[in-house]
Design a protein around this ligand. Structure first.
Ligand SMILES: *Cc1c(COP(=O)(O)O)cnc(C)c1O
Length: 367
């Protein structure tokens, strides 16, 4: 049996006819930039995330960057985030001119809220928690720390669309919340895309100008801005896919539960609290002989991934920040022991059983 890590081709085979119709409709209107489909997507996705406002953007990276810009975060400012995310969670801080200050993570790969206050200085302007793997951080604690020190919260929910924490949706916690619609995310465009959500009207108005070169009207410019718009064609495709999102997430949760029940005695599996419903963008196990397991699975036709093998603070680009190996021991250890199993929504029971049997087989033969 051969199992790829994701199966985007299958997703698009099922939806191809409808997607081509949606694209064809946009071609007929020739309204390609900030057209009706973008407005409809923004309405739909704000409703989905249970927020007042949403803005369609060209990527999750620009969503994060614009969020910092809208909050006037720049040179001399510090932003607290984690070292184990996709690099965009930290690069946005640097490209905005500010300094990322890393905080180590917990067993569940999300920010260790007990370590946040120790990193707050008079330069700290915001906390940028990442809902990694599709699991929402301890937001109660983060929001109360932010309130105490008058900090903004920017949620990186690029992996967490549809996740729930204490009855609230991902994207509804921070002042500005950022999502990616990259092809590898659970809700994905046929190319790059992203969006942000907020409940703050003035931030929403400012951000809607910042993403459109700072323009207030066709001829008047209020800010030095950026071109970070979502295309109408992508929005049309996303409006269609959004109808399937809850079904996809339900399927991922079911696969995750099945993996967990069957693998819990063999490897470290993600845990779930009674007050949360993670979205399982990834299903990440932890095992000491990670590289050997990955090779063993590949030999047996199962493709897996590592999200992410090099902590951000150890990247070449991060050298000027002055962090070193040993600074974030939990994140560094996880970089060597984590492995993402296939958890895409179309994965059949037979395929899940095969993955489970091969992981078990490896553990039995190696421990
Ligand atoms: C994918 C991702 C991003 C960046 O999104 P793009 O749309 O690829 O720019 C940011 N943060 C996290 C955690 C991500 O997984």
């Amino acid at each position: 049996m051969r199992i790829s890590y994701i199966n985007l081709k299958q997703e698009h085979k099922i939806l191809k006819k409808q997607i081509l119709q949606a694209v064809s409709k946009v071609l007929d209107t020739a309204n390609f930039v900030l057209g009706d489909e973008v407005k409809i997507f923004e309405h739909n996705i704000a409703k989905y995330c249970e927020t007042k406002y949403a803005l369609g953007l060209n990527s999750g990276t620009d969503a994060l960057f614009l969020a910092l810009k809208a909050l006037d975060i720049g040179p001399g400012d510090e932003v607290i985030t984690v070292p184990n995310s996709f690099v965009a969670s930290a690069s946005c801080i640097v490209t905005a001119g500010a300094t990322p200050v890393f905080v180590d993570v917990c067993d569940d790969m999300n920010i260790d809220t007990n370590l946040i206050e120790g990193k707050i200085t008079n330069k700290t302007k915001a906390i940028l928690p990442v809902n990694l793997t599709g699991k929402i951080c301890e937001m109660d604690r983060i929001l109360s720390i932010a309130k105490k020190y008058k900090l903004s919260v920017i949620e990186d929910s690029a992996q967490a669309i549809g996740a729930i924490y204490k009855g609230k949706k991902a994207g509804s916690f921070g002042h500005i919340n950022c999502f990616s619609l990259h092809p590898l995310k659970t809700l994905n465009a046929c190319g790059d895309g992203g969006f942000l959500t907020t409940n703050d009207e003035s931030l929403y108005i400012k951000l809607s100008k910042l993403r459109n070169i700072g323009m207030k009207t066709r001829n008047e410019v209020q800010y030095w801005g950026y071109n970070s718009r979502l295309d109408s064609i992508q929005a049309a495709i996303l409006n269609l896919k959004l109808k399937h999102l809850d079904k996809w997430i339900a399927s991922r949760r079911k696969i995750a539960a099945y993996y967990r029940n069957n693998l819990i005695d063999f490897v470290k599996v993600p845990t779930e609290m009674p007050y949360e419903k993670p979205a399982y963008h990834t299903f990440v196990i932890q095992i000491e002989k990670r590289d050997e397991l990955q090779a063993y699975l590949l030999k047996n036709g199962i493709e897996t991934k590592i999200h992410y093998p090099i902590s951000i603070h150890l990247q070449e680009a991060a050298k000027p920040l002055g962090n070193k190996r040993g600074d974030f021991p939990v994140a560094e250890k996880q970089a060597d022991t984590i492995l993402s199993l296939p958890v895409f929504q179309e994965l059949t029971k037979k395929q899940q059983d095969y993955v489970i049997s091969k992981v078990k087989e490896f553990v039995k033969n190696n421990y």
